[in-house]
Structure formats: C-alpha cells, structure tokens
Design a binder for this molecule. Structure first.
Ligand code: HEC
Length: 176
C-alpha cells in the first residue's frame, strides 16, 4: 500500500512537473512567435491613423469654435504667427499680410501686399474651414504659397486660434 502511495505521488509530481514545464516553455517560446506580428500590427495601426491627415480629410472646425478659448488663441497667435503677421486694424504688412478682418476677407486681397500667384489663384473668401486647412498645413492647402510655416497639427490649437481671429474684425461673423 505504501509503495502504491509513493508511486501515485511520484506520478502526480511528474505530471505537475510536466504541466509547469509546458507553461514555462510556452512563455519562453511565445514571445518569439509574437514578436514580428505584434510590430507589424502596430506599424499598420499608426499608418492608418496618419492617413486622414495626409489626405487632408480634416474634420470640420466649425463645431469646435463655440467652446474654443479665445485667450489661448491669442497666445498661440503671438507665439506662432506674429513673427510674420500683424493683426491690429490698419497694421503693417510684414513678411505676410496684415490680418485684421481675415475671417470673411477675400483671399489674397490685402492692399499693398504682394501675394504668390498660388494664393491669388485660390479664390473665394477665408471661411473658418479654409482657415483650418491653411493653418493645419499651408503647403497642403495652397500648393506653392510663400507662407513658410509648417502648420499647427493640434485641432484644439487651431480651434482656439480661429476663434481669436474671428474676434479681430469690425463685424465678427456668426459662429457656425
Ligand atoms: C514665416 C512667416 C509666416 C508665419 C510664421 C505665418 N505666416 Fe501666414 N502668411 C505668410 C505669407 C508670406 C503669406 C502670403 C502667402 C502667399 O502669398 O502665398 C501668408 C498668408 C496668410 C494668410 C492668407 C492671407 C490673405 O490675405 O489671403 C493667412 C490666413 C495666414 N497667413 C494665416 C497665418 C496664421 C494664422 C499664422 C500662425 C499660425 C501664420 N499665418 C503664420 C507668412 C507667415
């Protein structure tokens, strides 16, 4: 009887050992199996995330303007735009044209500024959505523009900035 118990104990112990061994070897082997596919999936996902931006499929900025922060927009303007633009009424043209009344203003129409032919050919007025595209990526919206600015990738920054531009106007146009 005693020897049967010992044998049974031995059997159980070795079965357990085999199970543990199986788990350990799985853990050791699986990461190697997973390594490549996991990286491929991650790369695919980030490409997919970048795709809408590349295709200029920007979501409309209009709905974001109501809750945008005009004060923050002003700070962004001073930081990012003021080197090349003034925005006070009757302000001078610098590297770029003065921007008083920019929302609703006809494109490439500010007196005394020599615009690129690319921007002159664009046509229409500066709507909220056109400004959104221009500020997101000037070269993407007006290919050949002489506005040498990389763009603001963050939607919230663009919403704050455009909300500020709207206020710098004799008659601020209604929010969409
Ligand atoms: C490095 C200088 C530079 C910076 C920085 C810059 N701009 Fe410009 N911007 C220009 C130039 C130059 C033009 C004229 C573009 C052309 O003629 O193609 C222009 C034109 C524009 C126009 C069209 C104006 C019109 O009368 O049709 C808008 C709108 C504009 N900029 C907005 C901005 C905003 C907003 C910022 C800050 C986020 C900014 N720009 C930053 C140089 C700059």
């Amino acid at each position: 009887m005693a020897s049967f118990n010992t044998m049974a104990g031995c059997f159980l112990a070795s079965a357990l050992f085999a199970m543990v061994l199986g788990k350990v070897s799985n853990a050791l082997v699986n990461p190697h199996h997973l390594e490549k596919p996991a990286i491929a999936v991650a790369a695919g996902a980030s490409e997919a995330a970048a795709a809408p931006a590349a295709a200029a499929e920007l979501p409309p900025i209009g709905p974001k303007l109501k809750d945008a922060n005009v004060e923050k927009g002003k700070a962004i303007y001073v930081q990012q735009c003021y080197t090349c633009h003034t925005i006070d009424k009757g302000g001078a043209n610098k590297v770029g044209p003065n921007q008083w009344d920019i929302v609703g203003r006809k494109k490439a129409s500010h007196e005394g500024f020599s615009y690129s032919s690319a921007l002159q050919a664009k046509g229409g007025e500066w709507t909220f959505e056109d400004l959104n595209h221009m500020i997101f990526k000037p070269q993407g919206f007006v290919k050949g523009t002489k506005m040498a600015f990389a763009g603001l990738p963050k939607e919230q920054d663009r919403a704050d900035l455009i909300a500020y531009l709207r206020t710098m106007n004799d008659n601020p146009p209604p929010l969409p």
